[in-house]
Design a protein around this ligand. Structure first.
Ligand code: GLU
Length: 610
């Protein structure tokens, strides 16, 4: 959600800032800006509403000179998207960029107005600029002014302060929003995600909660929340630099859908023999905890929640371990009962999802026997704050609508369930082998599903002019239907709902008519016959059906029923497999509708605000 970049260098950095913002575009934003200052204290700020390319065009014609600067993509929380509300914000010599929300901004605004400050924007951020300016008047350094300011702020933020009168340093504060420092040679950088800087450096330092750092071109000094000087490790990242490029694909989402066979191979690598799961690969501390688990509580948001819902079926049917799944923003604000020997599992692509992180921190005080995360980003807050992390290894996911992160989460969770069942001797050798071989077969099967791209593209025309779509599934295909509906909503803006097919007659059947396409996920399993009856209920009411099913499922195409024939796959991995045609459907409908597929309106990639 929104992005920050900063640089202190001995060369002009405007282009680096703009490129960094371009690389952060995937996080979602509505306006962008940069400010740079040179050694002679010449200062320039440029802000634009809309895309980073608008800002880039303005920068290209402005001849910006300066080695110290900050850049920002704003995802408005307080005040409409407008040039005046976009960052950087200024007060006197002080420039501020900020991610997150200052909760006590009203009180601070009144206080600062009483001191004579005039506010030009409606943002909460502007209070930070004026507060730092106020504190700078008496503090011995910009660092001290920022420390005094953050002591007065409530809320979650990552913020960078620059003083144009002292143009060789930046101060950055982290409290709730992720911040990394990129180490260069004779230059140092700041970003809210390493991806912003991967074309410049691979060496990153992750700030911890409450840290404030002073950055010059040859030094990085970090202070913790109590003001103590602290050391933070610098780690080398091996992420591919081209992760930020679309290559031959039209959209990142499309690229990421087609990357799924490779992503899944990476997920499985080193974690399975040809017929068994390697429990130790989950983590050194994991085995001990898995031996004792009696209950699993999953916490997640959005697509990750749908992965958790699918895994719940597996935890109970394969491992015989009870499992609850809850949306993080609900869990964190209700009184819950922790079951004995319960393991808490968070699921998040970014590892920075604010609600999930808050739920984890809360759960740590509530008697869980252990906390683990299923996550895609090494070094993220969830990874660092959990007892162990089972990484999904999907590679960088840029498209806001999650695709490969979801299928790799599912594969990771299925391995975890199998390992848990094995540790507790709740699974036969034969069943373990069946699951492991089904997982091994999955990447190739997904290649077959991707080969349906053309057929699904043709189908998409039926949906693009509709206002609504219903997705049906049963058992573990119900959360897959929920995920399919979410994808369509997110990128095509068509209202979509998912129902457990057996629930249809309890209400939604009233919606069925010729304008309501109904997509049915109908693999060959025990529930197929039941599902067929549900399908007949829709047909009898004039609904238009699109049934994704195996060759031999016995469905016959008719004028109001299209059958999309899928290859036969193992029942257990079928939820992962059937996700792929749903992603393709959403993508092609969005293409026809001409929406912004990679950055759908109003949405952000990593939801780092509450
Ligand atoms: N709350 C700030 C604003 O609305 C920052 C938003 C952001 O994180 O981009 O300007």
């Amino acid at each position: 959600m929104c992005g920050i970049v900063g640089a202190v260098a001995q060369r002009n950095i405007a282009d680096i800032l703009v490129e960094g913002l371009r690389r952060l575009e995937y996080r979602g934003y509505d306006s962008a800006g940069i400010a740079v200052v040179d050694l002679h204290k010449n200062y320039t700020r440029i802000r634009r509403i809309g895309k980073v390319r608008e800002l880039a065009n303005a920068v290209a014609t402005s001849n910006l000179i300066g080695g110290t600067g900050v850049g920002h993509t704003r995802w408005a929380t307080h005040g409409v998207p407008s040039e005046v509300n976009s960052h950087p914000h200024i007060s006197g010599d002080i420039t501020i960029v900020h991610n997150g929300i200052i909760e006590n901004h009203q009180a601070l605004r009144s206080l600062l107005q009483d001191r004579g400050y005039t506010f030009v924007s409606q943002t909460d951020t502007e209070v930070i600029a004026h507060l730092v300016e106020w504190e700078r008047r008496t503090a011995t350094s910009l660092l001290e002014a920022v420390q005094k300011t953050t002591a007065q702020l409530q809320g979650a933020y990552g913020a960078v302060a620059m003083d144009s009168n002292d143009p060789e340093r930046l101060i950055v504060a982290r409290s709730g929003s992720p911040i990394v420092i990129g180490h260069g040679i004779g230059e140092n950088f700041i970003a809210s995600d390493p991806l912003a800087l991967l074309n410049i450096t691979r060496r990153f330092m992750y700030l911890e909660e409450g840290d404030i750092a002073e950055i010059t071109y040859d030094n990085v000094n970090v202070f913790d929340a109590s003001g103590q000087h602290v050391e933070r490790a610098v780690i080398e990242l091996h992420a591919q630099q081209d992760a930020g490029e679309k290559g031959k694909y039209r959209h990142f989402m499309q690229k990421e859908v087609f990357e799924q066979p490779t992503a899944l191979r990476n997920t499985l690598e080193g974690r399975l023999t040809h017929d068994a799961v390697i429990t130790e690969s989950i983590g050194v501390n994991a085995v001990d905890i898995l031996n004792k688990v009696e209950h699993v509580q999953i916490i997640a948001c959005g697509t990750s929640f749908n992965a958790g819902m699918t895994a719940r079926y597996w935890f109970e049917s394969i491992a015989g371990i009870s499992c609850d799944v809850e949306i993080a923003s609900e869990f964190r604000y209700r009184k819950f009962v922790t079951r004995p020997n319960s393991l808490l599992i968070t699921i998040s692509q970014s590892g920075e999802t604010a609600d999930t992180l808050a739920a984890l921190r809360l759960a740590k005080k509530c008697g869980y026997m252990g906390v683990m995360t299923v996550c895609n980003v090494a070094g993220s807050s969830l990874v660092r704050e959990s007892d162990f992390a089972f990484m999904t290894r999907a590679g960088a996911e840029i498209g806001v609508a999650s695709t490969k992160a979801f299928t790799t989460q599912l594969a990771t969770l299925l391995m975890l369930v199998t390992a848990l069942a094995k540790q507790q001797k709740r699974i036969s050798k034969a069943k373990e082998k069946e699951i492991v071989q089904a997982l091994h077969a999955l990447p190739e099967q997904i290649e077959q599903a991707l080969a349906l791209d053309k057929d699904i593209k043709a189908l998409a025309t039926d949906f693009a002019d509709k206002q609504h779509t219903l997705f049906l599934g049963r058992g573990e295909f119900y959360p897959i239907a929920v995920e399919a509906a979410l994808k369509l909503k997110e990128i095509s803006y068509i209202h979509a709902e998912a129902y457990a097919a057996g629930e249809l007659k309890h209400g939604p059947l009233a919606l069925i008519d010729a304008d309501m396409p109904v997509v049915v996920i109908a693999p060959g399993n025990d529930l197929l016959e039941k599902l067929k009856s549900n399908i007949e209920e829709v047909r009898a009411r004039g609904g238009l059906l699109y049934v994704f099913s195996e060759q031999k499922s016995g469905f016959e195409a008719a004028h109001n029923m299209k059958i999309i024939r899928m290859p036969k796959v193992n029942e257990i991995t079928a939820p992962i497999f059937y996700t792929v045609p749903m992603q393709l459907l959403a993508y092609h409908v969005a293409l026809i509708k001409g929406t912004d597929v990679d950055q759908p309106r109003n949405l952000a990639k990593a939801v780092t605000v509450e």
